[in-house]
Design a protein around this ligand. Sequence first.
Ligand code: LCS
Length: 395
Amino acid sequence: MSTTNYSDQTKAVHAGLEHGPELSIVPPIYQTSTFRFHSADHGARLFSGEEQGYIYTRLGNPTIEGLEKAVSVLENGYKSMACASGMAAIHTVLATFLNAGDHVVCSESVYGPTTTLLNTFFKRFNIEVSFVDSSNLELIKTALKPATKMIYIETPGNPTLAISDLTAIAGIARQVGALMVVDNTFSSPILQKPLDFGADVVLHSLTKFINGHADVVGGIVVARTEEHYLQMRKVLNLTGGVIDPFNAFLVHRGIKTLAIRMKTHCENARKIAAFLEDHPAIQSVSYPGLPSHPQHELAARQMKDFGGMISFEVKGGLEAGKVVMDNVHLCQLAVSLGGVESLIQHPASMTHAGMKKELRVQAGISDGLVRLSVGIEDADEIIADLDLALNKTGR
Ligand code: LCS
Protein backbone atom coordinates (compact mmCIF):
# COMPACT_ATOMS: atom_id res chain seq x y z
CA MET A 1 0.00 0.00 0.00
CA SER A 2 1.09 3.57 -0.53
CA THR A 3 1.68 5.33 2.79
CA THR A 4 2.33 8.76 1.27
CA ASN A 5 -0.52 10.67 2.91
CA TYR A 6 -0.40 9.05 6.33
CA SER A 7 1.16 10.25 9.58
CA ASP A 8 4.49 8.84 10.76
CA GLN A 9 2.70 6.67 13.32
CA THR A 10 0.73 4.95 10.55
CA LYS A 11 3.65 4.90 8.09
CA ALA A 12 5.80 3.16 10.71
CA VAL A 13 3.28 0.31 10.90
CA HIS A 14 2.91 -0.21 7.15
CA ALA A 15 5.82 1.20 5.13
CA GLY A 16 7.84 -1.32 3.17
CA LEU A 17 5.46 -4.19 3.96
CA GLU A 18 3.88 -4.56 0.54
CA HIS A 19 1.77 -7.65 0.14
CA GLY A 20 2.97 -10.43 -2.09
CA PRO A 21 0.59 -12.75 -3.94
CA GLU A 22 0.23 -14.85 -0.78
CA LEU A 23 -1.50 -11.96 1.08
CA SER A 24 0.22 -12.65 4.40
CA ILE A 25 0.11 -9.62 6.72
CA VAL A 26 3.82 -10.06 7.42
CA PRO A 27 5.89 -10.84 4.32
CA PRO A 28 8.09 -13.94 4.46
CA ILE A 29 11.77 -13.61 5.35
CA TYR A 30 13.95 -14.27 2.30
CA GLN A 31 16.69 -16.05 4.26
CA THR A 32 18.69 -16.85 1.16
CA SER A 33 22.14 -15.90 -0.04
CA THR A 34 21.32 -16.21 -3.73
CA PHE A 35 18.46 -16.27 -6.28
CA ARG A 36 17.80 -18.62 -9.19
CA PHE A 37 17.73 -17.32 -12.79
CA HIS A 38 15.08 -18.51 -15.26
CA SER A 39 17.74 -18.98 -17.94
CA ALA A 40 21.32 -18.09 -18.78
CA ASP A 41 20.04 -15.10 -20.75
CA HIS A 42 17.91 -13.95 -17.80
CA GLY A 43 20.99 -14.08 -15.52
CA ALA A 44 23.00 -12.10 -18.05
CA ARG A 45 20.23 -9.48 -18.34
CA LEU A 46 20.11 -9.05 -14.54
CA PHE A 47 23.88 -8.64 -14.37
CA SER A 48 23.97 -6.12 -17.21
CA GLY A 49 21.19 -4.08 -15.58
CA GLU A 50 18.97 -4.52 -18.65
CA GLU A 51 16.40 -6.13 -16.37
CA GLN A 52 15.77 -5.54 -12.64
CA GLY A 53 15.65 -8.50 -10.26
CA TYR A 54 17.41 -10.26 -7.42
CA ILE A 55 20.80 -11.85 -8.01
CA TYR A 56 22.66 -12.30 -4.73
CA THR A 57 21.85 -11.00 -1.23
CA ARG A 58 24.93 -8.75 -0.97
CA LEU A 59 23.48 -6.87 -3.97
CA GLY A 60 19.82 -6.91 -2.92
CA ASN A 61 17.20 -8.97 -1.09
CA PRO A 62 13.43 -8.41 -0.70
CA THR A 63 13.48 -8.56 3.11
CA ILE A 64 16.30 -6.02 3.30
CA GLU A 65 14.56 -3.86 0.72
CA GLY A 66 11.41 -3.80 2.83
CA LEU A 67 13.38 -2.33 5.73
CA GLU A 68 15.13 0.14 3.41
CA LYS A 69 11.80 1.30 2.03
CA ALA A 70 10.37 1.86 5.52
CA VAL A 71 13.31 4.04 6.58
CA SER A 72 13.30 5.97 3.27
CA VAL A 73 9.60 6.72 3.77
CA LEU A 74 10.10 7.92 7.37
CA GLU A 75 13.14 10.07 6.47
CA ASN A 76 11.54 11.50 3.28
CA GLY A 77 14.53 10.19 1.35
CA TYR A 78 14.97 8.84 -2.17
CA LYS A 79 16.30 5.40 -1.21
CA SER A 80 18.28 3.75 1.59
CA MET A 81 20.82 1.02 2.00
CA ALA A 82 20.87 -1.11 5.14
CA CYS A 83 24.29 -2.01 6.50
CA ALA A 84 25.77 -4.51 8.95
CA SER A 85 26.18 -1.83 11.66
CA GLY A 86 26.04 1.91 12.19
CA MET A 87 29.82 2.00 11.70
CA ALA A 88 29.43 0.19 8.35
CA ALA A 89 26.90 2.87 7.37
CA ILE A 90 29.34 5.64 8.36
CA HIS A 91 32.16 3.92 6.48
CA THR A 92 29.99 3.61 3.38
CA VAL A 93 29.27 7.34 3.35
CA LEU A 94 32.86 8.43 4.03
CA ALA A 95 34.37 5.94 1.56
CA THR A 96 31.95 7.00 -1.17
CA PHE A 97 32.38 10.75 -1.03
CA LEU A 98 35.92 11.42 0.24
CA ASN A 99 39.06 11.40 -1.86
CA ALA A 100 42.72 11.86 -0.95
CA GLY A 101 43.39 15.51 -0.12
CA ASP A 102 39.81 16.26 0.99
CA HIS A 103 38.92 17.93 4.27
CA VAL A 104 35.95 17.21 6.56
CA VAL A 105 34.40 19.43 9.22
CA CYS A 106 32.90 17.17 11.89
CA SER A 107 30.91 17.78 15.08
CA GLU A 108 33.23 17.28 18.05
CA SER A 109 30.53 15.52 20.10
CA VAL A 110 29.95 12.40 18.01
CA TYR A 111 30.08 8.69 18.79
CA GLY A 112 33.72 7.98 19.81
CA PRO A 113 34.55 5.48 17.04
CA THR A 114 33.36 7.99 14.41
CA THR A 115 36.17 10.34 15.46
CA THR A 116 38.63 7.45 15.52
CA LEU A 117 37.57 6.24 12.06
CA LEU A 118 38.22 9.71 10.63
CA ASN A 119 41.36 10.31 12.68
CA THR A 120 43.09 7.01 11.98
CA PHE A 121 41.63 4.98 9.09
CA PHE A 122 40.75 7.86 6.77
CA LYS A 123 43.87 9.81 7.75
CA ARG A 124 45.87 7.01 6.07
CA PHE A 125 44.29 8.13 2.80
CA ASN A 126 45.36 11.75 3.35
CA ILE A 127 41.92 12.94 4.39
CA GLU A 128 42.00 15.72 6.96
CA VAL A 129 39.37 16.42 9.60
CA SER A 130 38.59 19.40 11.84
CA PHE A 131 36.42 18.67 14.87
CA VAL A 132 34.38 21.69 15.95
CA ASP A 133 31.55 22.55 18.29
CA SER A 134 28.91 22.43 15.55
CA SER A 135 26.34 24.13 17.79
CA ASN A 136 28.39 27.28 17.04
CA LEU A 137 28.00 28.25 13.37
CA GLU A 138 30.95 30.64 13.48
CA LEU A 139 33.26 27.76 14.43
CA ILE A 140 32.02 25.75 11.44
CA LYS A 141 32.64 28.69 9.09
CA THR A 142 36.12 29.27 10.53
CA ALA A 143 37.04 25.61 10.05
CA LEU A 144 36.18 25.58 6.33
CA LYS A 145 39.04 25.19 3.86
CA PRO A 146 39.12 25.15 0.06
CA ALA A 147 39.40 21.34 0.31
CA THR A 148 36.31 20.95 2.54
CA LYS A 149 34.09 18.36 0.86
CA MET A 150 31.90 17.26 3.75
CA ILE A 151 30.25 18.67 6.86
CA TYR A 152 29.41 15.77 9.17
CA ILE A 153 26.93 16.49 11.98
CA GLU A 154 25.49 14.58 14.89
CA THR A 155 22.54 16.36 16.52
CA PRO A 156 21.81 15.78 19.34
CA GLY A 157 25.49 14.90 19.71
CA ASN A 158 26.63 11.77 21.51
CA PRO A 159 27.05 12.09 24.50
CA THR A 160 26.81 15.82 25.31
CA LEU A 161 23.45 16.33 23.52
CA ALA A 162 24.67 19.54 21.90
CA ILE A 163 22.23 20.64 19.18
CA SER A 164 23.35 21.88 15.76
CA ASP A 165 21.28 24.08 13.46
CA LEU A 166 20.40 21.86 10.50
CA THR A 167 19.01 24.59 8.22
CA ALA A 168 21.93 26.95 8.78
CA ILE A 169 24.56 24.24 8.34
CA ALA A 170 22.88 23.01 5.14
CA GLY A 171 23.16 26.60 3.88
CA ILE A 172 26.88 26.74 4.71
CA ALA A 173 27.47 23.37 3.03
CA ARG A 174 25.65 24.50 -0.13
CA GLN A 175 27.63 27.71 -0.26
CA VAL A 176 31.00 25.91 -0.31
CA GLY A 177 29.84 22.92 -2.37
CA ALA A 178 30.30 20.45 0.50
CA LEU A 179 28.07 17.47 1.20
CA MET A 180 26.08 17.64 4.44
CA VAL A 181 25.85 14.33 6.27
CA VAL A 182 23.78 13.88 9.45
CA ASP A 183 23.94 11.00 11.90
CA ASN A 184 20.30 11.01 13.06
CA THR A 185 20.62 8.05 15.44
CA PHE A 186 19.76 9.98 18.63
CA SER A 187 16.53 11.43 17.20
CA SER A 188 15.20 8.72 14.93
CA PRO A 189 13.21 9.94 11.91
CA ILE A 190 10.16 10.33 14.14
CA LEU A 191 11.67 13.32 15.93
CA GLN A 192 13.79 14.88 13.20
CA LYS A 193 14.11 14.54 9.41
CA PRO A 194 17.42 16.15 8.40
CA LEU A 195 16.76 15.81 4.64
CA ASP A 196 13.80 18.19 5.05
CA PHE A 197 16.25 20.79 6.40
CA GLY A 198 18.59 20.44 3.42
CA ALA A 199 20.97 17.64 4.43
CA ASP A 200 22.23 15.43 1.56
CA VAL A 201 22.70 12.14 3.37
CA VAL A 202 21.28 10.81 6.66
CA LEU A 203 22.51 7.76 8.49
CA HIS A 204 21.54 5.76 11.54
CA SER A 205 22.77 3.06 13.78
CA LEU A 206 19.70 0.81 13.47
CA THR A 207 20.96 -0.85 16.65
CA LYS A 208 19.39 2.00 18.65
CA PHE A 209 15.89 3.53 18.57
CA ILE A 210 14.91 2.27 15.12
CA ASN A 211 15.19 -1.39 16.11
CA GLY A 212 14.54 -0.53 19.74
CA HIS A 213 14.89 -3.96 21.31
CA ALA A 214 18.66 -4.34 21.87
CA ASP A 215 18.78 -7.56 19.85
CA VAL A 216 20.29 -6.48 16.51
CA VAL A 217 23.36 -4.58 15.31
CA GLY A 218 22.67 -2.72 12.07
CA GLY A 219 22.97 0.59 10.25
CA ILE A 220 21.36 2.45 7.38
CA VAL A 221 22.20 5.26 4.96
CA VAL A 222 19.45 7.36 3.35
CA ALA A 223 20.13 9.41 0.21
CA ARG A 224 18.18 12.45 -0.96
CA THR A 225 19.08 12.00 -4.61
CA GLU A 226 19.32 9.10 -7.02
CA GLU A 227 22.87 10.09 -7.92
CA HIS A 228 24.12 9.88 -4.32
CA TYR A 229 22.18 6.66 -3.79
CA LEU A 230 23.79 4.95 -6.79
CA GLN A 231 27.27 6.12 -5.80
CA MET A 232 26.90 4.77 -2.26
CA ARG A 233 25.21 1.54 -3.36
CA LYS A 234 28.15 0.78 -5.62
CA VAL A 235 30.57 1.18 -2.70
CA LEU A 236 28.46 -0.94 -0.34
CA ASN A 237 28.05 -3.69 -2.96
CA LEU A 238 31.83 -3.83 -3.32
CA THR A 239 32.86 -3.44 0.31
CA GLY A 240 30.15 -5.84 1.44
CA GLY A 241 29.03 -4.45 4.79
CA VAL A 242 25.37 -5.36 4.27
CA ILE A 243 22.82 -6.41 6.89
CA ASP A 244 21.56 -9.99 6.79
CA PRO A 245 17.91 -10.75 6.02
CA PHE A 246 16.93 -12.00 9.46
CA ASN A 247 18.31 -8.92 11.19
CA ALA A 248 16.56 -6.76 8.57
CA PHE A 249 13.30 -8.53 9.42
CA LEU A 250 13.78 -7.89 13.15
CA VAL A 251 14.56 -4.19 12.63
CA HIS A 252 11.57 -3.80 10.31
CA ARG A 253 9.38 -5.42 12.97
CA GLY A 254 10.77 -2.96 15.53
CA ILE A 255 9.89 0.01 13.30
CA LYS A 256 6.17 -0.72 13.63
CA THR A 257 6.27 0.59 17.21
CA LEU A 258 8.91 3.30 16.64
CA ALA A 259 6.51 6.24 16.84
CA ILE A 260 4.79 5.07 20.01
CA ARG A 261 8.10 4.06 21.61
CA MET A 262 9.59 7.49 20.87
CA LYS A 263 6.58 9.13 22.52
CA THR A 264 7.21 7.23 25.75
CA HIS A 265 11.02 7.68 25.58
CA CYS A 266 10.43 11.45 25.33
CA GLU A 267 7.77 11.64 28.06
CA ASN A 268 9.92 9.61 30.45
CA ALA A 269 13.11 11.55 29.66
CA ARG A 270 11.34 14.87 30.23
CA LYS A 271 10.25 13.77 33.72
CA ILE A 272 13.60 12.23 34.59
CA ALA A 273 15.62 15.26 33.39
CA ALA A 274 13.46 17.54 35.56
CA PHE A 275 13.93 15.20 38.55
CA LEU A 276 17.71 15.08 38.05
CA GLU A 277 18.02 18.85 37.67
CA ASP A 278 16.37 19.30 41.10
CA HIS A 279 18.32 16.57 42.88
CA PRO A 280 20.85 17.81 45.48
CA ALA A 281 23.46 15.23 44.38
CA ILE A 282 23.46 16.48 40.77
CA GLN A 283 25.95 19.03 39.44
CA SER A 284 24.47 19.53 35.95
CA VAL A 285 22.06 17.93 33.49
CA SER A 286 22.05 18.11 29.70
CA TYR A 287 18.70 17.39 28.07
CA PRO A 288 17.51 19.35 25.01
CA GLY A 289 14.01 19.57 26.52
CA LEU A 290 15.17 21.48 29.60
CA PRO A 291 14.97 25.29 29.30
CA SER A 292 18.50 25.31 30.81
CA HIS A 293 19.91 23.50 27.72
CA PRO A 294 21.91 26.09 25.72
CA GLN A 295 20.17 25.18 22.45
CA HIS A 296 16.72 24.40 23.90
CA GLU A 297 14.93 26.78 21.52
CA LEU A 298 16.74 25.46 18.46
CA ALA A 299 15.87 21.90 19.50
CA ALA A 300 12.22 22.93 19.85
CA ARG A 301 12.33 24.35 16.30
CA GLN A 302 13.89 21.42 14.51
CA MET A 303 12.83 18.41 16.60
CA LYS A 304 9.30 17.18 17.12
CA ASP A 305 10.21 16.24 20.70
CA PHE A 306 13.45 16.12 22.68
CA GLY A 307 14.40 12.46 22.67
CA GLY A 308 15.25 9.80 25.21
CA MET A 309 18.91 10.61 25.95
CA ILE A 310 20.13 12.52 29.02
CA SER A 311 23.65 13.18 30.23
CA PHE A 312 24.52 14.46 33.66
CA GLU A 313 27.31 15.07 36.15
CA VAL A 314 27.06 14.06 39.76
CA LYS A 315 28.57 16.30 42.48
CA GLY A 316 31.88 14.68 43.34
CA GLY A 317 32.75 13.91 39.70
CA LEU A 318 33.80 10.51 38.44
CA GLU A 319 33.89 8.77 41.83
CA ALA A 320 30.35 9.87 42.64
CA GLY A 321 29.23 8.96 39.11
CA LYS A 322 30.61 5.44 39.64
CA VAL A 323 28.60 5.13 42.87
CA VAL A 324 25.46 5.93 40.89
CA MET A 325 26.29 3.49 38.04
CA ASP A 326 27.13 0.73 40.53
CA ASN A 327 23.96 1.19 42.56
CA VAL A 328 21.18 1.35 39.97
CA HIS A 329 19.14 -1.83 39.52
CA LEU A 330 16.35 -1.06 37.05
CA CYS A 331 18.71 1.00 34.87
CA GLN A 332 21.33 -1.43 33.59
CA LEU A 333 25.02 -0.59 33.32
CA ALA A 334 25.71 -1.15 29.62
CA VAL A 335 26.67 0.75 26.48
CA SER A 336 24.29 1.20 23.53
CA LEU A 337 21.06 3.15 23.71
CA GLY A 338 17.61 3.57 22.26
CA GLY A 339 16.16 0.26 23.45
CA VAL A 340 13.04 -0.26 25.51
CA GLU A 341 15.21 -0.81 28.59
CA SER A 342 17.01 2.03 30.41
CA LEU A 343 20.79 1.85 30.12
CA ILE A 344 23.43 3.89 31.95
CA GLN A 345 27.10 4.22 31.04
CA HIS A 346 30.26 6.32 31.43
CA PRO A 347 31.37 7.89 28.09
CA ALA A 348 34.96 8.80 29.09
CA SER A 349 35.87 5.20 29.99
CA MET A 350 33.43 3.39 27.69
CA THR A 351 31.84 4.67 24.43
CA HIS A 352 34.32 7.54 24.02
CA ALA A 353 37.39 5.90 25.62
CA GLY A 354 39.11 5.53 22.23
CA MET A 355 38.95 9.27 21.55
CA LYS A 356 42.07 11.37 22.03
CA LYS A 357 41.89 12.90 25.51
CA GLU A 358 42.32 16.52 24.24
CA LEU A 359 39.45 16.07 21.80
CA ARG A 360 37.28 14.50 24.48
CA VAL A 361 37.91 17.40 26.87
CA GLN A 362 37.41 19.96 24.06
CA ALA A 363 34.07 18.30 23.23
CA GLY A 364 32.88 18.67 26.84
CA ILE A 365 32.98 14.94 27.58
CA SER A 366 34.28 15.35 31.12
CA ASP A 367 35.48 12.44 33.24
CA GLY A 368 32.41 12.86 35.45
CA LEU A 369 29.81 12.73 32.66
CA VAL A 370 27.28 9.90 32.92
CA ARG A 371 24.89 9.06 30.04
CA LEU A 372 21.42 7.66 30.49
CA SER A 373 19.36 6.11 27.72
CA VAL A 374 15.83 6.35 29.05
CA GLY A 375 13.74 3.28 28.33
CA ILE A 376 9.99 2.85 28.21
CA GLU A 377 9.59 1.46 31.73
CA ASP A 378 7.41 3.41 34.18
CA ALA A 379 9.05 6.83 34.62
CA ASP A 380 8.41 6.95 38.37
CA GLU A 381 10.11 3.59 38.82
CA ILE A 382 13.18 4.78 36.86
CA ILE A 383 13.23 7.92 39.01
CA ALA A 384 13.01 5.86 42.23
CA ASP A 385 15.94 3.73 41.02
CA LEU A 386 18.08 6.79 40.23
CA ASP A 387 17.09 8.48 43.48
CA LEU A 388 18.28 5.53 45.57
CA ALA A 389 21.58 5.40 43.68
CA LEU A 390 22.11 9.18 43.85
CA ASN A 391 21.45 9.15 47.60
CA LYS A 392 24.26 6.59 47.99
CA THR A 393 26.72 9.34 46.99
CA GLY A 394 26.05 10.92 50.43
CA ARG A 395 25.10 14.35 49.04
N1 LCS B 1 26.23 6.67 15.49
C1 LCS B 1 25.86 6.91 16.76
C2 LCS B 1 25.29 8.26 17.11
C3 LCS B 1 26.04 5.95 17.72
O1 LCS B 1 25.67 6.24 18.98
C4 LCS B 1 26.60 4.70 17.37
C5 LCS B 1 26.82 3.63 18.37
C6 LCS B 1 26.97 4.49 16.04
C7 LCS B 1 26.75 5.49 15.12
C8 LCS B 1 27.57 3.19 15.57
O2 LCS B 1 26.59 2.23 15.48
P1 LCS B 1 26.84 0.67 15.61
O3 LCS B 1 27.94 0.33 14.67
O4 LCS B 1 27.24 0.40 17.03
O5 LCS B 1 25.54 0.08 15.21
N2 LCS B 1 26.72 4.06 19.68
C9 LCS B 1 26.91 3.39 20.77
C10 LCS B 1 26.89 3.97 22.03
O6 LCS B 1 26.77 5.16 22.27
N3 LCS B 1 27.03 3.03 22.94
O7 LCS B 1 27.27 1.81 22.36
C11 LCS B 1 27.19 1.95 20.93
